[in-house]
Design a protein around this ligand. Structure first.
Ligand code: NAG
Length: 333
């Protein structure tokens, strides 16, 4: 442990570069000291999860998205990825979870936290990934959510990441009508400010009125706007079922060892975009070049911020860092 503070401190030096981007003015007030306040007692953390069954994929193949994320960013050795199809009672299409075998969250913890998300909102997330990290953090690429570390007691983080997938944008003016944002983290960017209010709207839809349980007058326009946009997704109704999902990715082989041992029988190409049991398979929209570039740059920033917050280095797998215990050494040079 002695090297941990050094490592975190060093990474902290990177943070201002990330936070310097366009976002709510630093002078705005902060309604909460972090949205984990909405987790418990009797908050988001206590929501009843949807029932589920889980089915682990045979070792050998992976969704391409999981392979790419793990390998390109050194989050996990592809041979160490466990893939599960988690099928909730409110949706015939499983949520596919990619879990690095050194993640501090068990597959059941992940399945339960995801299952606490109301289905009409949950159906806007595709793959869920979970990697090691010293601290809980996460990011979204607008279609899929990625977690580092132990977020098992932080349901608000799951609500936050899903809110990124539900983001309707264009809301800078709305923020500036008020005198505060959700918390300090909301000032990181307009996107983060939105996702934090997304959590508040989630609380409003699932736990109790945000207007009567909290005094949100300093940011009431933000709350009204996001509640207006997302309440239909967050508010659970009995018997609700999913009606859409992001089309599943192609599968790939973990690598030559899996190939050699005969564990990569057949590659499956992406599912055809057709209805399955009344559930529409939706292909991620293709954006015009400029918009795509802008989107990718924003995701990269969210991702980098999550890496920093998790205390992991993108240059070194969290797994290696943990087992070899030589945190930060590489950065001294
Ligand atoms: C709510 O907070 C504002 C300040 O943000 C204050 O002016 C107002 O009196 C408060 N309202 C209630 C009902 O406490």
């Amino acid at each position: 442990m002695p090297q941990a503070p050094f490592f975190v401190l060093l990474l902290a030096a990177v943070v201002p570069a990330v936070l310097a981007q366009d976002g709510p003015p630093k002078t705005m007030g902060e309604k909460f000291g972090g949205l984990d306040i909405l987790d418990s007692p009797g908050g988001l953390q206590g929501l009843t999860p949807a029932q589920y069954t889980k089915n682990q994929w045979a070792w050998g193949t992976l969704p391409k998205l999981c392979y790419d994320t793990a390998v390109h960013h050194n989050y996990c050795n592809p041979y160490d990825l466990e893939v599960y199809d988690v099928t909730y009672s409110d949706c015939p299409i499983p949520t596919t979870v990619c879990r690095c075998n050194n993640s501090p969250m068990t597959i059941d913890t992940i399945a339960q936290r995801v299952g606490q998300l109301p289905v009409k909102a949950r159906q806007w997330n595709g793959y869920v990934s979970s990697f090691a990290g010293d601290y809980c953090s996460a990011y979204s690429d607008s279609f899929h959510n990625y977690f580092f570390g132990d977020c098992g007691n932080r349901e608000s983080v799951f609500f936050h990441e899903l809110s990124h997938n539900l983001d309707r944008h264009n809301w800078k003016e709305t923020v500036l009508k008020g005198t505060c944002v959700a918390d300090g983290y909301a000032k990181a960017s307009w996107l983060e400010a939105y996702a934090q209010v997304g959590v508040m709207a989630g609380y409003h839809g699932t736990v109790q009125s945000i207007y009567t349980s909290q005094n949100v007058s300093c940011m009431v326009d933000q709350v009204k706007k996001v509640v207006g946009q997302l309440d239909g997704l967050w508010r659970k109704k009995p018997g609700q079922m999913c009606d859409r999902y992001w089309i599943k990715d192609t599968t790939v082989c973990m690598g030559p060892d899996a190939e050699a041992s005969g564990n990569c029988p057949a590659f499956r190409i992406a599912d055809a975009a057709e209805e399955v049991d009344g559930v529409a398979a939706v292909k991620a929209p293709v954006l015009p070049d400029e918009k795509q570039k802008k989107h990718d740059a924003l995701v990269k920033e969210l991702q980098h911020h999550a890496e920093v917050a998790a205390g992991i280095s993108p240059a070194k797998p969290a797994a290696e860092k943990k087992t070899k215990g030589k945190k930060g050494t590489k950065f001294r040079a």
